[in-house]
Every structure is written in structure tokens, then in C-alpha cells.
Ligand binder design. Structure first.
Ligand SMILES: Cc1cc2nc3c(=O)[nH]c(=O)nc-3n(C[C@H](O)[C@H](O)[C@H](O)COP(=O)(O)OP(=O)(O)OC[C@H]3O[C@@H](n4cnc5c(N)ncnc54)[C@H](O)[C@@H]3O)c2cc1C
Length: 481
């Protein structure tokens, strides 16, 4: 078995198949594992994540994957999300004692950045989502409807759209509301915020991201396989239309019983010969899957400027601030130059999803813009000296979850014997997330095992609904409001 690509999708497939007794050879073009969800060391010795990555309690497959590779303890979970607007008004989301779906009633009632009218309109839309168990009928069109359209149909106020729906969904889905399929948006609220009291809990890595994959190599190589870094696949070898091998630099070739391509859809579209695209129509539309950008900004201050582990800003370009010094505390990052290791300094990481407006800006312009926002939001930052800063723009961070995009996402099995696909962009039911990538990996492993006549299930069930939702769904009739 050959797996091409050492991101989460390739690693999840490789680890699952190794566990099923297959000899897995995984080839990754870069010198490290993790793909987009990784970290690296800057020339000055600092470990930085490609961008801050977070998971949620409802990401059951990612949780399973971390457990398999021994990384569960490296994720810290938080049950309080804090929001701050430019006027200094705070809001928080924290589950209270009431059962789902009423567990946020207390937080919501005291959420200062929203007006009473905003809250009433949000409550109405939430009841509509609950009424249809996360699946309102008007989202089921093949070409989809946008989240913005869905919200407008539910009479949402501008405040509710900009200070609530947009804030949660642009971060979760990396796209603006008018370019997001409502199906994905509603799924976020149903799975993370409504159907259970724990789905929203935010998991943040307490180590640089690449440390999360230490166990993968061991899992694969411990079962007779190998993980080969710095090995870009340059082409496919076909004989009589059949896939018989993959080609590397210097015309080196490797062959196997089956191949899982776990590389981004943009890279696969370039690698696949035209003849294979014609043999399987699902491979012919990869270029219709668009991408959207994320920008990460890293600031190192000469003193502590932030006390919370993370914070969401409203009405600013900066969307999230993560306090990396606090998040890494207690873990040995394995480097003397680890972020925040110097006493009393502080390392913050800012995230801006769907950052189209920043793509044309220079790094210095982005630093100036974000620094002003950070200093406004965090009074202790006003006198602090910025020791250094870096900006990482990912122009094609994720696939864009635009309305109807699922039409173009192929299954993990193809019509070409021995050719399987994996990746967050394959048909996983999820948007482009780490959870989606692991699902893609597990589904590809299941497809390989099915084809070889030894079926096995890796995909984990969704988080079980609790509270009143469980009772309602148990009665198998959506509640009526
Ligand atoms: C800036 C940013 C922030 C994000 N934040 C979050 C977040 O907070 N939470 C979340 O859940 N998700 C987040 N995501 C999305 C998440 O990172 C991805 O959905 C997930 O990592 C995709 O995994 P993958 O394995 O499908 O693809 P990738 O991670 O892209 O892996 C593909 C791998 O294939 C390798 N490859 C490509 N071509 C070849 C070749 N020819 N030969 C060999 N190897 C090759 C690549 O080097 C790469 O390692 C974020 C993404 C970005 C970019």
C-alpha cells in the first residue's frame, strides 16, 4: 500500500491500514509531517504553527486519531469562549446547568455585544434549526443556498449577522456567509452548539503542531511500513490504462497493490493524467473546487499583555488572539528557543480567516493593522514593546465551502482499480477541517479494505445528543415550536 501525502488525511489512512495488517509506505514531499496542520522552526529557532489550529468537542474522528497516535494529552480543552468588542463590552459562551439545547441560555442573556433584538432574532433561528434537527428543508438543493440567504429568510438583524453568525462561521468554515453553503453553517451550530452540551468545547494544542504526529511514524513503521520524507511524487505510471506505479525524481518508481492519494485537490488535478480524468468523471471536476485564504500573525511582546488563553474580537480585522505562552505552559516543546520560553515575554498568535482583503497587503501593513487592534483590545499591550512579528499568508488554506460544492467532491473510491483518494476535500460530509481530513483518511482506509474483501469500520459516530435533544430525537419526532 502506498500513501502519498503526510497530512492528517494521509496519516489517518496510513495508521488505520497499518493497524489492519497492511505494509504502508507513506511518501511526503516536505521534510516534516502534518501538511497544513503543522509547525516548523524559523531561522531564529522559534517554533511556529503554520497557523493556530483548534478542534471542537464534536470532532470525534480527530479525537480518535489523536488517541491512536498517543497525542490526546497534548490537547487542552476549554469550556469558556470569550468575545470582546471595540467598546470593551464582553460576552462569553459557557454551558450552564440547563440541559441541551438550553445550556447557553445564561451566557446568551448576558452577552453584552448583542442587543435584545439581535438576541430574539438569533433565538428564533436557533429554534428553527432545532425544529429540523439541524436539517431545515430549504437547504437541500443540489446547488445549495448560501448561509447569508438562509439567515435573511429568517429575518436576522444586521447585528446578529455581523456580531454572531459571521463571527462563529467565518472562523469555523473559512469563508464569508454569502459564499458558504447553509448546510455547513447549520451543521456547525447543530453539532457544536445545540445538540449536546460538550460539542462546543474548544481543544487547543499545547505543543507546536508537528509534535502531534510523533506517534504516526512509530505506528506505521512499527508494523513493517515506512514513512519517507522529502519524496514528492512527480507522476503516475500507467500500463494499458491501469495504474501500476508512481514516479519520483530521477525516474525512480514504486509500485503497490493500492495507492491512496492524500494530497490537496489542486495538486492532484495537476498530477492526474487526462486519460484517468476521462475514465472516472468524478476526477474531472477538481478544478471547480475553489479555495479560500487564512492569515496568521505572530507577535512577541516584551511583557505579558494578555491573561486569557484566547479571545475573539468583534468588528475588527483580527478575529482570534491565542496566548501561545499560556497554551504551551507546562509542556516541553523540545527546544530552548521555544516560544515564550524567555521569562515575562509573551507570544500571541492572531488568526484571520477568509482573509481575502489581506492578500494584497504587505506584511508590514498587516502587522501595523493588527498591532493597533491588539493594543486597543488589550490595554496592557499599549506600553509593551513588540520584540518581533511574523505574518504567514495561506492563500489556499482550505477549500471554499461555497453553495453546491459537494457536487464536485469525489468519493474515496474511484473507478480506477487500485486508485483511492483522501483529503479534507473528498466526500467526508464535513467542511475543510482537521476532522474532515481524518474522516477522509478513515473512509479511504475503509474503501481499500472493502475492495480487498476484508471490510472494517474506522469512522467514529457523531457526538451523541444529550439533554432534551436526546429525548426528542429518541422519540424520533423533531420537536415543534
Ligand atoms: C492557515 C490554516 C488554518 C487552519 N485552521 C484550522 C483549524 O483551526 N481547525 C481545523 O480543524 N482545521 C483548520 N485548518 C484546515 C486543516 O489544516 C486542513 O483541513 C487539514 O489539515 C487538511 O489535511 P489534508 O491531509 O487533507 O491535507 P494537507 O494537510 O494539505 O496534506 C497534504 C500533504 O500532501 C503533501 N503533498 C502534496 N503534494 C505531494 C506530492 N506530489 N508528493 C508527496 N506529498 C505531497 C503535502 O506536502 C501535505 O503534507 C486550517 C488550515 C490552514 C491552512
Amino acid at each position: 500500500m502506498i500513501v502519498i501525502g503526510g497530512g492528517l488525511a494521509g496519516l489517518a489512512a496510513g495508521v488505520a491500514l497499518a493497524d489492519s495488517g497492511w505494509r504502508v509506505r507513506l511518501f511526503e514531499q516536505r521534510p516534516f509531517l502534518g501538511g497544513r496542520a503543522t509547525s516548523y522552526v524559523l531561522p531564529d529557532g522559534e517554533h511556529v504553527d503554520n497557523c493556530q489550529h483548534v478542534t471542537l468537542g464534536c470532532c470525534t474522528n480527530l479525537e480518535d486519531f489523536y488517541r491512536r497516535v498517543g497525542s490526546s494529552a497534548k490537547i487542552k480543552f476549554f469550556d469558556r469562549l470569550l468575545f470582546l468588542d471595540p467598546q470593551g463590552r464582553r460576552g462569553e459562551m459557557q454551558a450552564g446547568a440547563l440541559p441541551a439545547p438550553f445550556h447557553f441560555t445564561g451566557s446568551f442573556a448576558t452577552f453584552a455585544p448583542l442587543t435584545l433584538l439581535d438576541k430574539l432574532s438569533i433565538a428564533r433561528a436557533m429554534l428553527n434549526i432545532i425544529q429540523h434537527a439541524g436539517n431545515p428543508p430549504d437547504v437541500h438543493k443540489e446547488d445549495g443556498i448560501s448561509m447569508l440567504e438562509w439567515l435573511r429568510r429568517r429575518g436576522q438583524t444586521e447585528g446578529a449577522i455581523n456580531r454572531f453568525w459571521r463571527v462563529v462561521l467565518v472562523s469555523a468554515l473559512d469563508e464569508e456567509l454569502d459564499r458558504t453553503d447553509a448546510r455547513f453553517g447549520l451543521d456547525v451550530f447543530w453539532k457544536a452548539f445545540l445538540s449536546s452540551t460538550t460539542g462546543y468545547r474548544m481543544g487547543v494544542p499545547a505543543v507546536p503542531l508537528s509534535n502531534l504526529y510523533d506517534g504516526c511514524k512509530a505506528e506505521i513503521e512499527g508494523r513493517g511500513g515506512e514513512v519517507v520524507l522529502r519524496s514528492p511524487v512527480r507522476g503516475l505510471k500507467l500500463e494499458s490504462g491501469q495504474l501500476v506505479g508512481v514516479r519520483f525524481d530521477d525516474n525512480r518508481e514504486e509500485s503497490a497493490d493500492a495507492y491512496i492519494f492524500a494530497i490537496p485537490h489542486t495538486a492532484l488535478a495537476e498530477l492526474l493524467p487526462e486519460s484517468l480524468k476521462q475514465s472516472d468523471p468524478s476526477l474531472a471536476h477538481l478544478d471547480k473546487i475553489k479555495t479560500s485564504p487564512i492569515t496568521g500573525v505572530h507577535f512577541w511582546f516584551d511583557r505579558v499583555v494578555m491573561d486569557e488563553p484566547f479571545l475573539t474580537l468583534l468588528d475588527t480585522t483580527t478575529q482570534w488572539i491565542f496566548n501561545k505562552t499560556t497554551l504551551y505552559a507546562g509542556f516541553d516543546t523540545g527546544s530552548s528557543g521555544a516560544p515564550g520560553s524567555a521569562q515575562n515575554t509573551q507570544y500571541l498568535q492572531l488568526v484571520i480567516s477568509a482573509s481575502y482583503d489581506l492578500l494584497q497587503k504587505s506584511r508590514q501593513e498587516i502587522i501595523d493593522l493588527c498591532l493597533a487592534e491588539v493594543r486597543h483590545a488589550l490595554p496592557k499591550g499599549r506600553d509593551a514593546q513588540l520584540l518581533k512579528a511574523t505574518v504567514i499568508k495561506e492563500a489556499a488554506a482550505t477549500f471554499s465551502p461555497e453553495p453546491g460544492v459537494d457536487r464536485w467532491r469525489p468519493q474515496q473510491s474511484t473507478l480506477i482499480p487500485g486508485l483511492f483518494l483522501s483529503g479534507d476535500w473528498t466526500q467526508t460530509g464535513w467542511p475543510a477541517t482537521m476532522e474532515g481530513a481524518v474522516r477522509g483518511g478513515y473512509l479511504a482506509a475503509e474503501a481499500v479494505l472493502r475492495a480487498s474483501g476484508t471490510p472494517r469500520v474506522f469512522l467514529q459516530p457523531d457526538l451523541a445528543p444529550d439533554g432534551f435533544i436526546r429525548m426528542w430525537l429518541g422519540n424520533s419526532r423533531p420537536p415543534r415550536f
